[in-house]
Write a protein of this length. Structure first.
Length: 483
């Protein structure tokens, strides 16, 4: 989504940590079809020679071969590549005889699919963006290395503390799909929600709305002043869930989101889903969505919003860095948990979606998997975490790394939103488990059509439930459930 996450968040053009992601912002119409992804994850090829394991020591707990090449492919999205290049320099300093081959691309799937097929993938991949490879497929086809060894290794800063003990809550679990192995390390920590300008809200003499009636009233007032209430990435409407999914969880309880993730029959027909779809559709019906939004990509919608053409936009915390060149200094960038329906909601106002984004993986057939994991261990140090946060205005999976840093407005607001949420943090998994379902079907074919006025909420619920039912019955994909 980070550049996804989840999403992610990634996007083509300058993506997100996709949706994921972002782990996650993403640049094509959607991810490649399932057939391509299956091909990408199939065995094939003659493979490559593994580097011999080096001698383990206090300074080299993973047993990295000090002279072996390490190849690192990064998604070139909203977080840029400088933070990764800085971490590579530390690897090169620690292993001066090793050659590091580093590259960044927005074409993750099309660039790496042939290499997975041939059995010679890189040692570390930031699997994010519009062309994110389907995590569920990769795990199901046993194409990823288990990262448990990395998590149980001593942390880069403190040999008395394991890497896993330095991570934010939920990060390890996000990398699990079925049982104990950990296949993915989400490096960024993304706050998803409704982003806005505090200056614009102040100009309306309004506070962020907590109920939907209040939301409609704020949008009506904005419209009178020539400002749309909302905009979103119309070409990539799977951004809408960044605020819509936690709203569904707030209204109906986190068990509704779990049922949706689990592909349970009739999960999308829950009253909370219906109410939230109808609420969003009302924004369209009342003319509170910026005209032309369905034709805008993520960059165009963010730019229009930053220029004051719309008050609210659903997004992830990568937006501060991704839109830094268009957000005015006095904008007062802020994020809020989604507005609910009313006091009957199951969870309190402040319920928010926050999770790992920017999914990093080490391929099972990597030539130097120890090197790939060591690069991640370096990135999870306090110094690398601080460097990432200072440069890209986002938190990392490292639980800390903000002391001594002047937090930017959006980052400061995100930290405050997390503090307000407390335990009321939800983490929908569709974007990790079923990428095509989330992006192409629920996003583009479902929510995108509804918000463009081409389908009613009832029709959209029926359509999305059909997509989910088909995915549940598809024996060609591996299915996952909340434990």
């Amino acid at each position: 989504m980070g550049s996804t996450s989840a999403a992610n968040h990634g996007t083509e053009g300058v993506g997100r940590r996709d949706l994921i992601k972002r782990s996650a912002a993403l640049g094509l119409m959607g991810v490649p079809a399932a057939g391509l992804l299956s091909a990408c994850a199939s065995g094939g090829g003659g493979g490559q020679d593994k580097a011999k394991t080096g001698k383990k020591s206090a300074k080299n707990p993973l047993g990295v071969n000090a002279g072996a090449q390490m190849e690192f492919v990064l998604f070139d999205g909203g977080f840029g590549k400088e933070y990764a290049e800085d971490a590579v320099k530390i690897y090169e300093k620690d292993f001066p005889k090793a050659k590091v081959k580093f590259s960044a691309t927005q074409k993750i799937q099309s660039t790496l699919q042939p290499r997975f097929n041939q059995g010679n993938p890189p040692d570390l991949i930031d699997n994010s963006g519009a062309e994110q490879m389907d995590m569920g497929v990769l795990v199901g086809k046993k194409q990823l290395a288990d990262l448990t060894g990395l998590l149980d290794a001593p942390s880069y800063d403190d040999p008395g503390k394991k890497v896993r003990d330095t991570l934010r809550p939920g990060i390890v679990e996000m990398g699990q799909f079925d049982g104990d192995p950990v296949w993915i390390l989400y490096y960024a920590y993304t706050v998803y929600g409704v982003w806005y300008s505090q200056k614009a809200l102040d100009s309306l003499d309004e506070k962020y709305p907590e109920t939907w009636d209040q939301m409609l009233a704020v949008c009506a007032k904005a419209k009178k002043k020539g400002m749309a209430g909302w905009t979103y990435a119309g070409k990539y409407p799977y951004y809408l869930p960044f605020s819509l999914y936690p709203m569904i969880g707030k209204v109906g309880g986190r068990e509704v989101l779990d049922a949706i993730d689990n592909l349970e029959p009739n999960a999308w027909k829950h009253p909370a889903v219906k109410m939230c779809f109808e609420a969003y559709y009302e924004l369209y019906k009342k003319g509170y969505v910026l005209q032309g939004t369905p034709g805008l990509d993520h960059i165009q919608s963010q730019t229009a919003w930053a220029k004051g053409k719309a008050l609210f936009i659903p997004n992830g915390s990568w937006v501060e860095n991704e839109s830094a060149n268009v957000i005015p200094e006095d904008f007062g960038l802020a994020v809020s948990a989604p507005t609910g329906i009313d006091s009957s909601d199951k969870m309190p106002f402040g319920t928010i979606w926050a999770s790992g984004g920017e999914p990093f993986v080490v391929p099972a057939k990597a030539a130097n998997p120890e090197g790939g994991m060591e690069q991640l261990r370096i990135m999870l140090s306090e110094a690398s975490s601080k460097n990432f946060t200072a440069k890209v205005k986002s938190l990392t999976a490292y639980n800390g790394g903000t002391s001594g840093i002047t937090l930017t407005p959006g980052l400061k607001s995100g930290v405050a939103a997390l503090e307000k949420a407390g335990d009321n943090v939800v983490n929908p998994r569709l974007q990790d488990w079923y990428v095509q379902l989330q992006k192409e079907q629920i996003g583009v074919a479902g929510l995108g059509e509804m918000m463009a006025g081409r389908a009613t909420p009832a029709e959209t619920v029926k359509k999305i439930q059909g997509f989910a039912d088909a995915a549940a019955k598809d024996t060609s994909i591996k299915h996952y459930k909340h434990q």
